[in-house]
Design a protein around this ligand. Structure first.
Ligand SMILES: Cc1cc2nc3c(=O)[nH]c(=O)nc-3n(C[C@H](O)[C@H](O)[C@H](O)COP(=O)(O)O)c2cc1C
Length: 196
């Protein structure tokens, strides 16, 4: 097991993530992230863990979409990774904070061109009249950016998750699962256990 109690929880997270990739877990960087809206209605969806900044996980999205609007209202989020081939999950509670514009632009420049144009085309989470309209919009942006680099849309970028708690869950036979909790206290982490 790639877990070392002497290490910081973020390092343990990264080691487990790397082990999941090595093990061939499909979509090992996909995780669910929950948000809450102004009606206290929670929602959840999958996003991709793309990179880290200052020991925090980062995902990218449309800031005007549903999750972006929720985060603008309440930036407390909960992320959950599940790696079935390892029978492990990691839950991270924290606050979503926008990365800097430079960091978003840097990552955006590495995306395939089609995804870059897609980011301009998609008014994420808004009602779409038809796929034909969507394709037309896409073609318009293709024409607009023909022969030039596609810039990062102003409403597109990353969030990092500033963690306040980690839970590492290791599935064991007989449902005797092991749960290790790391709670942030000031500048250090306090470790505890939970019944499965
Ligand atoms: C495997 C997978 C990875 C995804 N990765 C992202 C992502 O990194 N960013 C994103 O905005 N949406 C991603 N999506 C789409 C989201 O799940 C979701 O449909 C979209 O972000 C709109 O969510 P919202 O309306 O709650 O904001 C992904 C979906 C799947 C199935």
């Amino acid at each position: 097991m790639s877990f070392d109690f002497k290490k910081e929880p973020f390092d343990n997270f990264l080691n487990l993530y790397k082990a999941a990739i090595k093990k061939g877990v499909p979509e090992a960087n996909a995780f669910s992230i929950s948000t809450v809206d102004q009606n206290q209605q929670t929602s959840i969806r999958i996003v991709y863990f793309k990179n880290t900044i200052d020991n925090q996980i980062v995902f990218y999205t449309n800031y005007n979409g549903k999750k972006g609007q929720d985060i603008a209202y309440c930036n407390k989020v909960c992320a959950n990774f599940y790696w079935p081939h390892l029978n492990q999950q990691v839950r991270i509670y924290g606050e979503a904070v926008k990365v800097t514009r430079e960091q978003s632009e840097k990552y955006f420049s590495t995306r395939p061109r089609a995804s870059q144009i897609g980011a301009w085309t998609s008014q994420q989470s808004q009602t779409l009249s038809s796929f034909e309209d969507f394709n037309k919009l896409y073609e318009n942006f293709e024409k607009k950016f023909h022969g030039q680099q596609v810039p990062c849309p102003p409403n597109w970028g990353g969030y990092l998750i500033k963690p306040s708690e980690y839970e590492f869950w290791f599935g064991k036979a007989g449902r005797l699962h092991e749960r290790y909790i790391y709670t942030s206290e000031g500048s250090s982490w306090v470790r505890s256990l939970k019944f499965p």
